[in-house]
Ligand binder design. Sequence first.
Ligand SMILES: [Zn+2]
Ligand SMILES: [Zn+2]
Length: 273
Amino acid sequence: MEWTRMLHAQASRWTARGLDLLYPPRCPICRRETSVTDLGIESEPGSSSSAASRGLSSRGFYWAATVCGICTRELSADSGRCLRCGEAGGAVDGCRFCPQRPHGWRRIAVLSSYAGSLREAVLRAKRPAGDDVAAALASLIVRKHGESLISWGVDRVVPVPMHWLRRSIRGTSAADELSRRIACLLGRPHCRALVRHRATRMQNELPIADRPHNVQGAFRGRRRLDGERILLVDDVVTTGGTLSACCRALLAAGAATVDVAVVAKADRSSADD
Ligand SMILES: [Zn+2]
Ligand SMILES: [Zn+2]
């Protein structure tokens, strides 16, 4: 009944405000004290046509809501990018750079440029204590591109894998945490479907021309993915060499399509790949 629904919604708001008073939440990016009832949320879960909220679980929406409005605007600021190659120049589905970027993926969702405060956030997300930052960045990707990600269709969310030795030294994998959170937000299974079976040199230590060879054949599927639509997730993309190598491994494992979601797109002079 309508009145019970309204009563339930009002009770939820009072509960949220009470929790705010007892345990004030903090934005994981800037650490400012903030409120779950005042975080740049366009609407409440399930009650609106907000593109990012459609199809997201209630737990997922909560995570989406923990980044403060200031950080959401600052980290999501971008002039718009081609959804095929990721180059800046307007939110278009195909641009003049696409033929020069023969990647294996179908579409790519980018939060913003790898610079300034977003670069700092990505570097924090790579540290062992940076899981909450990675989760926050994942929520911003879904907030910005939720409608596209849902319309592309995703059967599994897969991280770009880190070699086991590097992961044991670092203690964490940003791509893993990003993909886990995106999967949660989209309500799709998270799956470590790839393995980096050969240790590779850091892409940012190599000349751009040598990067494709460095990761060539470094990945393989851990399981069959026959006919599945995969969303591949990483933190930063520059030339796309790593992502392309992962796409080839996913398609070789039987995936029907591979789309990509990344936090940041770096210029070619930037440090990461
Ligand atoms: Zn913030
Ligand atoms: Zn393009």
